[in-house]
Design a protein around this ligand. Structure first.
Ligand code: PHE
Length: 342
């Protein structure tokens, strides 16, 4: 009897140690401690023993019962604790952050510019990146033999047209869409054209073979230079702040007459002079002018009745200035460390 009890104690404690879930524990409880359990059976048998044995075995049986019950409760607390911990959801913990993509700074500037011009009643147009020689040059008053072609070298497509000429190229600017928009919509017209352009450049910190421009064209009766200046001043203030000033000086572009460049006071030094503006206080970001009569004609618009202005911003350059990016090539590098800053 004594041995039986000791064996039972060992067996119960061993099995308890192995118990991992509340369910096995409950099974063990019924099997050993329950009314019909093995321990109860032994206890019940005590009444048939001699008086001396009763005392001895009874005592042992009681200690064993107490030991086993204590162990039971201990394991039960442990297992239940673990189960609660596993089930526990702390609804106050902030959720895991989902990584968000970042807009390229050029896209940010483009969206800002589009918003501004849409609010002024312009439409936003698009044009092909693979252009014909005609739209990119000829129609913009740049004949084949004209030295102005040297200003914008590009990538030509190795395919001849019916006349045996190579006339497909990657557009060098967004200006060809001036012609396309005039042909499509006629006058009066207010349109802006953001887009990707290409130049065969030796790339450096300020030049890329792939660049983004933002073209503008407004055609109506009696349009003059002051209208152009007013719009460009507005853009400068919107992008770089109220204190921004505009300076326009003559510059030759075959498709405008008079032609001009446009400079804003350097946003980084406030016009004091710094490395970025090459200590001049001014930043050249615009080409602009009044639309050349030949260009209006190419677009099917009568230059006797209508006049207009056109401008082209370097979006890549604007982004560089607005965000103080010292190398133009970063915007196209695909380097996430660069993009994550915006
Ligand atoms: N297309 C010119 C360039 O890429 C910029 C420009 C646009 C100039 C419109 C005048 C008018 O350099």
């Amino acid at each position: 009897m004594k041995n039986k009890l000791e064996d039972l104690r060992k067996k119960i404690l061993e099995e308890l140690d192995k118990a991992k879930s509340g369910e096995t524990l409950r099974e063990l409880e019924i099997k050993y401690l329950g009314r019909k359990g093995e321990l109860s059976n032994i206890l019940r048998a005590i009444k048939d023993l001699s008086v001396q044995e009763k005392q001895e075995i009874g005592q042992l049986a009681n200690t064993i019962k107490n030991d086993v019950t204590a162990k039971f409760n201990e394991i039960k607390r442990e297992v239940e604790g673990k189960e609660i911990a596993a089930d526990f959801v702390d609804v106050t913990i902030p959720g895991k952050k989902i990584a968000r993509g970042h807009l390229n700074p050029i896209s940010i500037i483009q969206a800002e510019m589009e918003d501004l011009f849409i609010s002024l009643g312009f439409l936003v147009a698009d044009g092909p990146e693979l252009e014909s020689d005609y739209y990119n040059f000829e129609a913009l008053n740049i004949p084949k033999t004209h030295p102005a072609r040297d200003m914008q070298d590009t990538f030509y497509i190795d395919k001849k047209n019916e006349q045996g000429e190579y006339d497909l190229l990657m557009r060098t600017h967004t200006s060809p869409v001036q012609i396309r928009a005039m042909q499509k919509y006629g006058a009066p017209l207010k349109v802006v054209v953001p887009g990707r352009c290409f130049r065969s450049e030796a790339t450096d910190a300020r030049h890329e073979h792939t660049l983004y421009q933002f073209e503008g064209l407004l055609i109506d009766e009696n349009i003059n230079f002051s209208h152009l200046k007013g719009i460009l001043e507005l853009v400068g203030k919107k992008l770089f702040g109220e204190q921004t000033k505009l300076r326009m000086r003559p510059k030759f572009y075959p498709f405008v007459e008079p032609g001009s460049n446009g400079e804003y006071t350097c946003s980084l030094c406030g016009g004091q002079g710094c490395r970025v503006c090459k200590y001049s206080g001014w930043l050249e970001v615009i080409g602009a002018g009044l639309v050349h009569p030949n260009v209006l004609r190419a677009g099917g618009i009568d230059p006797e009745k209508y006049s207009g202005f056109a401008f082209g911003f370097g979006l890549s350059r604007l982004a560089q200035l607005k965000y103080g990016i010292d190398d133009a090539r970063l915007a196209m590098s695909g380097d996430l460390r660069f993009l994550q800053q915006f």
